[in-house]
Design a protein around this ligand. Sequence first.
Ligand code: UN1
Length: 513
Amino acid sequence: MATQDKHGIFESLGLGPSLEGASVGDEWFASSKDFIEVKSPTTGEVLAKVEQASEADYEQVAAQASRAFETWRAVPTPKRGEVVRLLGAALREKKEPLGRLVSLEMGKILTEGLGEVQEMIDICDYAVGLSRTLSGPTLQSERPKHRMMEQWHPLGPVGVITAFNFPVAVWAWNSALAFVCGDPVIWKPSSKTPLCAIACQNIARDVLRAAGVPVGVSNVIIGRGSGVGESILADPRLGLISATGSTRVGKHIGQVVGARLGRTILELGGNNALIISDKADLTGALASAFFGAVGTAGQRCTSTRRLIIHERVYDAFLDKLVTNYQKVNIGDPLDPKTLMGPLIDEGAVGDFEKAVAAARQQGGEILYGGKVLEPPFGRRTFVQPTVVAIDNGAPIVQTETFAPILYVMKYSSLEQAIALQNGVPQGLSSAIFTDSLSEAERFLSYVGSDCGIANVNVGTSGAEIGGAFGGEKETGGGRESGSDSWKQYMRRQTNTVNWGGEIHLAQGVDFHS
Ligand code: UN1
């Protein structure tokens, strides 16, 4: 089977069977004697063993990042951009093996694994452009012969905590921006996907070394959340923690970092809905709902979890959707014929089963799927993509289950559809399919979607890197990637300059002895 090309992948990315979790200088190091067995989600084969980093190992990594900051912040921003350009070039070269590694270790299908690496390349290109355009305004002073302006300075080392489901791209979103902004990065990846992190660090390290830049600009620490994770959160050297993960973990991160008045960018759970109007192009809506719900086996934070369908098109639309579901080719993610790979592990399958049982118990009707499949390659990680007709108020619909379960419901007026769409605790992504201008505009207006991402005739998942990415409510409020997200990786300084010689106080204050 296709997963057998592991050796080629490992070789081109500098991986071996026995790895260590802390990048120290040009080497890897770990001293915890606490090992992760990285298993293929597809077959259960042990891909490699990684010794996790200890808190003492973290200290070495943090110290090297702090040292690297002293050098890196002095490099002119466009020159930092040049290093990120080289990183993008290296990623282009390694796109194929890295995309394959994503599929091998995380289980998403190859076209999505390659797409994820493309997302890394795109953000590098974006950051290169930014490196010549990062700018602050000059402002009008109320005082004679004075000028005001804003400058943006490097912030310092940044902690980046990522989830298993985008094991390479989310690091790149943060790192490409942080690097041009002058900040080293300390990356704590998910313990479920450490190989992707080691591969990325190997690529970044080679680029930095060849460019004559301290390797400590890019750092990886693989370890337990309760150990090195807490060290990162509590570390006052890290002015910013950018974290992607569940709302539960995000609340903890927000509290710990907030208690030391550090900054966070939180990109947490989603519960994304797609509204299908009776005035929609149903072919486009079908393709988008299908990709949104089944793509990545429902393990994107932007996955379509709810369909809110106009009552006039409800039955016809669901007929077509279920026909598509029946044709989903489930199997080895590296096989080009596969449309849906495994879930990440047995725990995720347990969550799937619990959610399906809860949906049944809470009045849901399974329209398709609902079952765990006989393990095709020995590991019990394959499930059926599932469609459930259910009420939006059912407790299970209000929670994010990282699995391909799609909840469907009917509406009769747009106000009702928008209320359903907004009627969950999360606020990441949302979409409407309609050819009616007024419906589309209402959906995008202040009485419309309450999410960070709201699309018209475009599905909920698969956002481009140029836009700010993140959401409201329990999604955490953070924005990563495009637009002006870079500002969070820098510190702002307001300057007032007096070029006239005479001292004038603002607000007309007169203060003479
Ligand atoms: C995630 O699932 O954490 O918009 C990120 C998307 C991707 C990123 C998802 N560009 O679906």
